[in-house]
Each structure stands twice: as structure tokens, then as C-alpha cells.
Design a protein around this ligand. Sequence first.
Ligand code: AMP
Length: 204
Amino acid sequence: MLSQRCQNRSQASQILLFADGIVHLSTGDMLRAAVAAGTDVGKEAKDFMDAGKLVPDEVIIGIVKDRLEESDCVKSGWLLDGFPRTPAQAEALVDAGVSADCFIFLAVPDDILVERVVGRRTDPETGKIYHLTFSPPEDEEVLARLDQRSDDTEEKVKVRLEEFRANVDAVKGVYTDISVEVDGTKEPEEVSVTIIEAIDSMLV
Ligand code: AMP
């Protein structure tokens, strides 16, 4: 599933998994966990992530390939969230014999994306994602402890959008026969229903 990153992508993924029991692999989450754990991959990735730039292909491709070989992915299937983001990543999947059933592109205009990203906050205790305007926390106590991702600033979002634009057409080109474009401006539940319908139609 590919989009310019927005809360909808993560939320839609969660709802889809609830429906299907498949493994959700967000490369952004995997990299953030590596940074937090101080692994070699995390050390290599950190500066790129903080700058809003893509992590080098050779760093991310290995992690994803290894993860897809683990038994839960093999047994239950997977949803890659935010991967592939470059033509080299797409080619690496092909070379590894990994094929997807459906490629979902969540389309969201830049101005809405920036608004979503800049207002996004995470509760470090529960992992729940909020938006200060669209999905504010329940009370002051939660509000006071919310974290903002270092790359969720207007300045970094611009860099992330540039990276996205530089690669998106080439990545989409690899998946023309299994691509579905979904309007990511709708409510998460509606987006999820549309995605489930798209996947179902692809699998018949
Ligand atoms: P995300 O959580 O999807 O917004 O990803 C956060 C950051 O992780 C991105 O801005 C990149 O620095 C890095 N990242 C995530 N997925 C990839 C990928 N497939 N290729 C390169 N970098 C990635």
C-alpha cells in the first residue's frame, strides 16, 4: 500500500488486518523500532529519517525480505505499508520471488496531507495515534503526554513529498495490472471498505 503517508494509511491497514488476520508490515514502524533499539540498521537509518529522506534501498530491502520469510507472514499473508517506495525496492521483491495480489494507492492532495501530518501525535503509553484537530485525545492528561514525530513538521513533510514524487510513477508502473487507486480523503472506515472491496475484486 503506497501513499504520501497519512493517518489514513495506518488506520486503513489496521482495519484491514482486523478483517483478514494478515500481518501488517509498516516499514516506517520497523525502522522507528530499529532506531529506538539502537541496532545497526537503526543507526544507519536515523539521520535519513530525521531529515525526511528515504532510507537507502540496501538498508530497507534486506529487512523487508527477511521479515517476509518469517513464519507468520508465510502462513497468514502480509500487507506491506509504505514499501516499495522506489523502483529498486519493487525490483528486489520481484527478484526475491515475492508477488503481491493488489497494489493500493491512497490518493490525498498535498494540502490535506500536510494538515494531517503536522497535527499528528502519538501516545507513548498506548501507541494510539491522535490528530490535534480531527481526532483529539480524550482528556488533558493524555494531551500532555503526546509525542510528535521528528519528521512530522511542515519542513520535513515537504522533503518527504519531494522523495515521494521522485519515485511514485516508477513504482506504480511496476504494478499497473494489480493497482487500485483509492480516495484517501474519505473517513477511515469508508476507505477501508473500498480497499477490502478492491482486494476482493482482485482475488476473484
Ligand atoms: P513512514 O512511517 O511510512 O512515514 O516512514 C517514515 C520514514 O521511514 C520515511 O520518511 C523514511 O525515512 C523511512 N522509510 C519508511 N519506509 C521506507 C522505504 N520503503 N524506503 C525508504 N525509507 C523508508
